[in-house]
Design a protein around this ligand. Structure first.
Ligand SMILES: Nc1ncnc2c1ncn2[C@@H]1O[C@H](COP(=O)(O)OP(=O)(O)OP(=O)(O)O)[C@@H](O)[C@H]1O
Length: 260
């Protein structure tokens, strides 16, 4: 595989009140250019730590994270990060928030405006461009955060449970919007979730992690067709994959015991 992202034997140990805590134990993973990979696993298995290492927010204790073959040494404009809590500036409008990253990147005003407009439209917020975040619903705020991340044109999107705080209906809508944005503007995506359905619906590949120590337990290829639609979501193929991932997440002991 021509890897866009490579995680090469990454171990991350934290100091927990004087005791070492192995959050990631010798984790290796390759993600191809424009691939959509989701990560699921029990609480505390190291999903966010893995994402933070790739974002350059945490340094590995051993091993390396590489982007285009270059070791990650800190955050960079090639990687857009979206967290569960939409970190919008409350004093800026939707347009102002989306333009902010472009301003920092030194993009001239006219281009800033047209790029922001384009991505606000992509996430379906055109009618709310001049509204402050306090007047938006949770789902709209998260769409604004996604537009902001997309606008700076990062090659990689690192998303840490971006829809975790939303109700089920909004979540499904945002999954569809994210996928249609991804169909139009392909990116390499690493997307963390607790939701097995979400993991399967969005992904080309689902990585299942296990805890204590945090490690990769299973990798499931998702060969469902694109565009993903309600028909795909309700198909027998989707259900079979979902059951497979569910068993891998919730019956890890059983699977491991069967492995010689
Ligand atoms: N800064 C830190 N200092 C000490 N321990 C940490 C730190 N960050 C994470 N940990 C520990 O590392 C382990 C993995 O945490 P991480 O947040 O990566 O898991 P997670 O799979 O994302 O969990 P969740 O699904 O609950 O968000 C946990 O046991 C956590 O307590």
């Amino acid at each position: 595989m021509n890897a866009k992202i490579a995680v090469d034997g990454v171990t991350k140990t934290f100091d927990l009140s004087g005791e070492p805590l192995v959050a990631l134990d010798d984790v290796s993973l390759e993600i191809a250019d424009n691939e959509f990979v989701t990560v699921v696993g029990p609480s505390g298995c190291g999903k966010s730590t893995l994402l933070n290492v790739l974002a350059g927010l945490e340094a590995p204790s051993a091993g390396r994270a590489l982007v285009d073959g270059v070791p990650v040494s800190g955050p960079g404009p090639d990687r857009g990060v979206i967290f569960q809590q939409y970190a919008l500036f409350p004093w800026l409008t939707v347009r102002g928030n989306v333009e902010f990253g472009l301003k920092i990147a030194g993009v001239p005003k006219v281009e800033r405006r047209s790029r922001a407009e384009h991505f606000i439209d992509v996430v379906g917020l055109a009618d709310f461009a001049d509204v402050l975040p306090k007047a938006l619903s949770g789902g709209m705020r998260q769409r604004c955060a996604i537009a902001r991340a997309y606008a700076v044109n990062p090659e990689i999107l690192l998303m840490d449970e971006p829809f975790g705080a939303l109700d089920a209906l909004t979540r499904v809508k945002l999954q569809d919007q994210l996928l249609s944005a991804w169909d139009r503007e392909r990116r390499t995506v690493l997307f963390i979730t607790h939701d097995v359905d979400e993991a399967v619906y969005l992904a080309d590949r689902v990585v299942v992690m296990a805890s204590r120590p945090g490690r990769i337990h299973d990798v499931v290829e998702v060969d469902l067709p694109h565009p993903r639609t309600e028909e795909v979501r309700l198909s027998a193929e989707f259900t079979a994959l979902r059951n497979r991932v569910w068993n891998s997440v919730y019956h890890q002991g059983t699977v491991a015991e069967r492995t010689p």
